[in-house]
Design a protein around this ligand. Structure first.
Ligand code: FES
Length: 154
């Protein structure tokens, strides 16, 4: 069940669209911003709110890597594994992160500080190898840049 505050925010977002259903993605972003994830309960709430089948909501949540079905750590590394990034060292970056953090893709460290996701092309191939670090795009990655980020946030 949405809080009054969140509902007010969602009404404002949905009001910008001719058809309420078209607000699906921005509505999901607003919920995740507030709650840190899109839970199955939120999917149900969104389905009722927008009047669309819950399976459509779930498809959007599971298709876009920007939506999380589990809570992520304070520092979330989403590293691109697609061709341009892979050819320029992305795979090494992913392996380095796995080793440094002791987790696999989709996991969060036990202290809740770091999460790792291996994702498909983020549309910034010119920055390869690159990742999304929380909301920022970080490019031309190397192990030193990764180590600096981890050490700063330990
Ligand atoms: S291949 Fe990595 S951002 Fe496109």
């Amino acid at each position: 069940m949405f809080t009054t505050d969140l509902l007010r925010q969602l009404d404002k977002i949905a009001g910008q669209y001719e058809q309420k259903q078209a607000a699906l993605l921005p509505v999901l972003h607003a919920i995740q911003e507030k709650e840190g994830l899109i839970s199955p309960e939120s999917e149900q709430d969104v389905s009722r709110y927008l009047g669309i089948p819950v399976v459509h909501v779930h498809e959007a949540v599971s298709f876009y890597h920007l939506f999380h079905q589990t809570k992520k750590g304070k520092c979330h590394f989403s590293v691109c594994q697609t061709t341009s990034c892979a050819l320029l060292g992305g795979e090494d970056i992913i392996e380095h992160l796995k080793t440094r953090l002791g987790i696999k893709s989709g996991e969060t460290t036990p202290d809740g500080k770091f999460s790792l996701s291996v994702v498909e092309c983020l549309g910034a191939c010119e920055l390869a190898p690159m990742m999304q670090y929380n909301k920022e795009y970080r490019g031309f990655l190397n192990k030193k840049k990764i180590d600096e980020l981890i050490d700063k946030n330990k």
